[in-house]
Design a protein around this ligand. Sequence first.
Ligand code: NAD
Length: 392
Amino acid sequence: MRIGVLRETAPGETRVALLPDAVKTLVSQGLEVGVEPGCGAGAGVGDQDFSTAGAQLWPDRSALLATADVIPVVNGMAPDDQEELSAHSVVAGFLRPLDEPEALQTAISRGATLFALELVPRITRAQSMDALSSMATVSGYKAVLLAAVTLPRMFPMLMTAAGTVPPARVLVLGAGVAGLQAIATARRLGAVVEAYDVRAAAGEQVKSLGAKFLEVDLGGIPTEDQGGYAQELTEEALDRGRDLITKAARTADVIITTAQVPGKRAPLLIRRAAVEAMRPGSVIVDLAAPSGGNCELTRPGHDTEHRGVRLLAPLNLPATVPVHASQLYSRNMGNFLQLLFKKGAKKGELNLDMNDPIIQSACIARGGEPVNPRVAAMLQARATVCDRGRAL
Ligand code: NAD
């Protein structure tokens, strides 16, 4: 049984899916681990570190792809890499199945078994595999630092002989994992923080971090699903939130916005008018940029300026903190892989228990077919559109 660790090829990616610590554990369990030379360079880990952990270096990427039974990745694979897979390959990582299902089509048709870590359920047993939370933690932290270095003011209140410097005012939209980390980081830097979320449960967490929770009367409509995620709101409910945000933006120096609804475009929360109400020099960091952004003026992947307000819309903040992002991701991945090997299997052999809720939820394709109903429906819908296009 071979595990293949590849160099990530997405532009700007610096993380690696498994670090030597996790490799060592897998090797001690009788598994063979092959690594592509240079795969850890972005995270400060050399080939020698992998060798010392018991991995073998595989300079031939294609051969590693074709012979590895399990391939942990950070991002989905490029089509050329997917061509090398076979029906015995298992791939696990952030595969974005609900964002870009068609990007997985080659791997699916090669018969590979695909696991999307973003679909691991948020149940207690799966907490150690929750890579989404790990990366959101890194993003929330880094977003505040980016805002702090961009803002032409300081964050803490300072009382000096030359006068008093007031604290920066930070508004955080979306108090999930990234938002809560942003609140904690901004508070540590001395800012005064306010936050807004549609989930009432977020209120207590916001307050426990020393921030003020802004509440809106949404008329008692349900705002979260059974899994604890926010639901897509009506335009009317969204408007109530947008009105509150426009008002709060007037006094905010920084807005960190993180609101997302899984599998949907990010909700638009910050109108152009809210940006224009902010003081010149203010900063917005839109962490929802990968799913379209929370601000009307966001250009995902670009830093822009509107009437003196800086709008940052990074697409991959965890890659700017590669050491700790890889460390957390590798631990999550290592724990997920343990699940694939355990339960009565011979030492080092795969034993996919498709009745295990974690494995079942994360599995998106097997045996040449999508097995996740949402992914299957999305692929089917796109295939129908293509067929119609060809027929016209
Ligand atoms: P996410 O990234 O999907 O969304 C970020 C935040 O945006 C969420 O708090 C969401 O409520 C908020 N949001 C969505 N639409 C909004 C709108 N229109 N206006 C304002 N805010 C809006 O969420 P996440 O950080 O991945 O966490 C989602 C949920 O899962 C949270 O309840 C979180 O506490 C929970 N969670 C549980 C575990 C666990 O192990 N049990 C682990 C991680 C997260």
